[in-house]
Design a binder for this molecule. Structure first.
Ligand code: SF4
Ligand code: SF4
Length: 395
């Protein structure tokens, strides 16, 4: 269980205030979160990729590191610009923090002549994320709906997610594979954060615009050195977001894709993609919204049992195993299941899209299968064989 953090009630900033921090101010911001008792995590450079990691100060953030992403390819490079958030997204999303790839549910052991069940220790410090991207915050909202707000509430997810602190950083450097603008999940953000930062690095200096999204965001920023934002700062932010949005060459037809896929379940493109797909499941591992899991029990001769929950993937044959065999035996049916769920049947199930346009599935697919290209190919030869009822989100 997590411990509540007592944020001051006498805050010096209100939700309408927009302020500007220097890089030193960002350090103060991290230090204040740590002083409040948060475990601070953010983007870090590890093994040649930008991945979530512990952050003790801005020195732990990937300063001067940029990324180059394309279908099936990812690399980072260094530049002298000192930018801290001059990259798009890395392979690891924040899903891993709340819904780990492998998690012990319970253990049992024989004590005397009694079988005793024990839950693992679930105490942990509250989490503050500094440097989540708008698309990743949108993905967490989608996961909240599935894992926290549904009929089957996942208490492990909720314990970690509740009362966490989110400092999102708007995206100025979308990768070639990003399409969040078309999915309405970036590159800017207006809700679901405690503090929203925008990094500016121009003739007026290296600085961060900070918008406040919650009373505790105001509380944390109140004890950090800031100055009020001026018109030039706000104009620079607007230009930066517009430029980032225009820089995205990929897109999905947000209002049309659900019905497009629903009426094309027999499209020949599913066979075409199966020729290339390895069924490796990389796309589901890196996706910030995929939430399927499986449970496995292990035993030993002492009578101890451990039940562990691990991520599973709709590309595994066992994933669709019902009595007598797997429903999705072919690669084409497994890819179709994955993509139609993300973009079409997610609306039926959860009243939202299941994709935020982060592009990770494109980058980390070893053969470079591109979800936007597959949708475009289906749209180019729309079979329109089945009339389907209109879905939420469809025009
Ligand atoms: S389907 Fe691909 S682009 Fe969409 S959220 Fe998942 S990884 Fe990102
Ligand atoms: S689409 Fe790519 S990443 Fe996904 S299972 Fe197929 S080969 Fe692997």
């Amino acid at each position: 269980m997590s411990t509540a953090i007592n944020h001051s009630s006498s805050i010096g900033l209100d939700l309408q205030t927009i302020v500007v921090l220097t890089v030193e101010g960002l350090d103060e911001f991290v230090a204040r979160l740590r002083a409040l008792g948060y475990e601070v995590m953010g983007p870090t450079l590890r093994d040649g990729a930008i991945v979530p990691g512990p952050v003790n100060s801005s020195k732990d953030l990937p300063r001067g590191v940029h990324d180059l992403q394309s279908p099936g390819s990812y690399r980072v490079m260094r530049e002298d610009d000192g930018e801290i958030f001059g990259w798009a997204v890395g392979p690891g999303s924040w899903k891993n923090e709340y819904f780990p790839p492998s998690q012990v549910m319970w253990r049992s052991e024989i004590v005397g002549d009694t079988l005793v069940f024990r839950q693992p220790d679930r105490s942990h410090a509250l989490l503050a994320i500094v440097g989540a991207r708008p698309c990743d915050v949108a993905a967490l909202r989608i996961l909240d709906h599935v894992l926290e707000e549904g009929v089957h509430r996942d208490s492990r997810y909720s314990e970690r997610r509740d009362s966490n602190f989110i400092a999102v950083v708007e995206c100025a450097s979308p990768a070639d594979t990003c399409f969040c603008a078309s999915m309405k999940s970036g590159p800017g953000i207006d809700e679901d954060f405690d503090v929203a930062l925008t990094e500016l690095n121009d003739e007026l200096g290296h600085r961060f615009i900070a918008r406040i999204g919650s009373p505790r965001g105001a509380d944390v920023l109140s004890s950090v050195s800031t100055r009020p934002a001026n018109e030039l700062d706000l104009e620079a932010r607007a230009l930066l977001l517009e430029t980032a949005s225009r820089a995205m060459s990929r897109s999905l037809p947000f209002d049309e894709v659900a019905n497009l896929l629903a009426r094309n379940v027999e499209h020949p493109r599913w066979l075409d993609v199966a020729e290339r797909c390895l069924s490796c499941g990389n796309c589901t591992s890196v996706c910030p919204t995929c939430f399927c899991s499986d449970v496995h029990d292990t035993t030993d001769t002492s009578g101890a049992i451990e039940r562990r929950r691990t991520w599973s993937s709709c590309f595994d044959l066992e994933h669709s195993y019902l009595h007598g065999g797997s429903v999705h035996e072919s690669s084409s049916s497994r890819y179709r299941q994955w993509m139609t769920h993300k973009l079409s049947t997610w609306w039926d199930q959860f009243d939202s899209t299941g994709c935020v346009g982060c592009g990770r599935c494109i980058v980390w697919c070893p053969v470079g299968i591109d979800i936007t290209e597959e949708v475009a190919a289906i749209a180019a030869h729309d079979q329109a064989r089945v009339a389907v009822p209109s879905r939420p989100g469809a025009s």
